[in-house]
Design a protein around this ligand. Sequence first.
Ligand code: 5GP
Length: 347
Amino acid sequence: MRIEQDLKLGFKDVMIRPKRSTLKSRSQVSLEREFKFLHGAKAWSGVPIMAANMDTVGTFEMAKALAKNKMFTAVHKHYSIDEWAAFLQETDASLLEYIAVSTGTGKQDFKKLKTLVSAHPQLRFICIDVANGYSEHFVEFVKNTRKQFPDQVIIAGNVVTGEMVEELLLAGADIVKVGIGPGSVCTTRVKTGVGYPQLSAIIECADAAHGLGGQIISDGGCAIPGDIAKAFGAGADFVMIGGMLAGHDESGGEKIERDGKLYKLFYGMSSSTAMEKHVGGVAEYRASEGKTVEVPYRGEVQVTVQDILGGIRSTCTYVGASRLKELTKRTTFIRVAEQENRVYTPS
Ligand code: 5GP
């Protein structure tokens, strides 16, 4: 047994220090970024905020709404080949820049991925997603996917440490997804004791990825726009959000009415709700590692998107970054023992 004594930080432990700036208005800030990839063929440009590949977040409807803002959606893996075909038929080419196909690492998953992407090679992004990205089997899966699809951009995760980021990039991933345990409906830290505070995970993993010419996605733990800004400030190339996009018209599922108020169901992809829906129950050898919650219904996602983008633009003006790309360089975090004033925040 060993104890690492370095303190690891989460979003709640820091704030971004304001800096002198020549920017007059938020409208002068560009949130678009352009990336070239380590393996994947073509460059990408857009606003690097992503909807999580959860079936109560990363739906086709969400993809259509976010693409209007040049934002990205990792579409959840439970759509059938036929549903994909119908969706691709009705949508225009520009949307393809902003969606990834998600997959697990089982034999059936690979078969489905091969069928889907071979039939629709215009699907440029593949998101290989497992809760624990530290297994050899996962690395092998990334290698095989790279062999099968030399031109596609491969996202792989989740991990939280630099050495595993490097291993995945060398195995063929372009972008590594970072985050174990910070998610709003995640119970991994409760059930297993495993995790890594997200801000430190981003700082360490971004350093490892950028050293090799790869990118990272900070995945999970953003509850407010300020957290997304902190994730970018820490060095994340992309930020993936789940809970912040749940509860909208585009989030999938039915509205639930209770005592005159409307809610929508939101659940972790390893929750018993998800496992019962998609694989007929929780297998005996495992525990569910996700929560099921009802979140207040929030209408169209565009209102939330504007709130998020406006917040990050404002962060950029506070530190004098005219482009999102400059935010990391212009960020100095301060360690804090307080966050916002919650006097008028209902508990
Ligand atoms: P949020 O933005 O809601 O804080 O976090 C979203 C992320 O939580 C997802 O992208 C995914 O990485 C993670 N997540 C989703 N469902 C589950 C789950 O059932 N268990 C765990 N451990 N993590 C989950």
